[in-house]
Design a binder for this molecule. Structure first.
Ligand code: NAD
Length: 261
């Protein structure tokens, strides 16, 4: 546990399932107060909120589309109205659409960019504005991916969005460092969440993914949440503008793992 996180207020976008839900529950263990954002169907959000409370934290759920400015503003307002503050903002919401690039519609390209990249901009803008107005040494964590570094054919829109997050994170980290605001990204590898459910249900695809991981296993959402807790805490007080890969070594060129090449 990180003592300094106790009673801190966090907004987590896409916080109802997968990695976002694991971060919410971990923040609950840190006795934090959490705004859990969801975009459709409130069942998962309610379940996550109940677990945050069981873990010793506080939680509310807020429906909002992160690809709209109204959405990020609604989340900030909910944090201030319910918990009186906002200290940590986690831009976690994301989605992917698989398609050969020649067949990818402009509408689908825009959808992927809107949620994964514009959503990170709008969330960061809301948080930064609030941190500046209140002279708060706030903390932003952006959920990137190993695909900010590793190209991903047939998922070019997703890789473009995550590559964009990398330089957006570095740019705003530098822009607001003098204000005591820290901005970092997390780059998960292959993690067992709903986004991968269909793929991992197929044994051949599951095995193929594991083969890309030097540590020979798929990651757990809790392992990503642990990185988020560390980045949110003052234990990482001199860290800004990085991407912390949580990927079992996936970014280490695993094709070379048996000494080939
Ligand atoms: P997930 O599908 O379980 O969760 C994604 C969440 O984002 C969902 O709660 C969904 O409702 C929410 N969301 C989507 N569009 C939204 C919108 N417009 N407004 C608000 N919320 C919206 O997937 P996950 O694996 O938990 O992914 C979380 C983040 O981690 C994403 O940014 C994803 O790109 C990233 N990531 C995941 C993996 C992995 O292997 N699971 C790897 C690298 C990066």
């Amino acid at each position: 546990m990180y003592e300094d996180l106790k009673n801190k207020v966090a907004v987590i976008t896409g916080g109802s399932k997968g990695i976002g839900s694991a971060i919410a529950k971990r923040f609950g263990k840190e006795h934090m107060r959490v705004v859990i954002n969801f975009n459709s169907g409130d069942a998962d959000a309610k379940k996550t909120a109940a677990e945050v409370k069981e873990n010793g934290g506080e939680a509310i759920i807020v429906k909002a589309d992160v690809s709209t400015e109204d959405g990020s503003q609604a989340l900030l307002k909910a944090a201030i109205a319910n918990f009186g503050s906002c200290d940590v903002w986690v831009n976690n919401a994301g989605m992917e659409i698989k398609s050969p690039t020649t067949e990818l519609s402009l509408a689908d390209w825009n959808k992927v960019i809107s949620v994964n990249q514009t959503g990170v901009f709008l969330g960061s803008k809301a948080a930064l504005t609030y941190f500046k107005q209140t002279n708060k040494h706030g903390n932003i964590i952006n959920m990137s991916s190993v695909h900010e570094q590793i190209p991903w054919p047939t998922f070019a829109s997703y890789a473009a969005a995550k590559g964009g997050i990398k330089l957006f994170t570095q740019s705003i980290a530098m822009e607001y460092a003098k204000d005591g605001i820290r901005v970092n990204s997390i780059g998960p590898g292959a993690i067992n969440t709903p986004i991968n459910a269909e793929k991992f249900a197929d044994q051949a695809q599951y095995d193929q993914t594991v083969a890309m991981v030097p540590m020979d296993r798929i990651g757990k959402p809790e392992e990503v949440a642990a990185a988020a807790a560390w980045l949110a805490s003052t234990e990482s007080s001199y860290v800004t503008g990085i991407t912390l890969f949580v990927d079992g070594g996936m970014t280490l060129y695993p094709a070379f793992k048996d000494g080939k090449g």
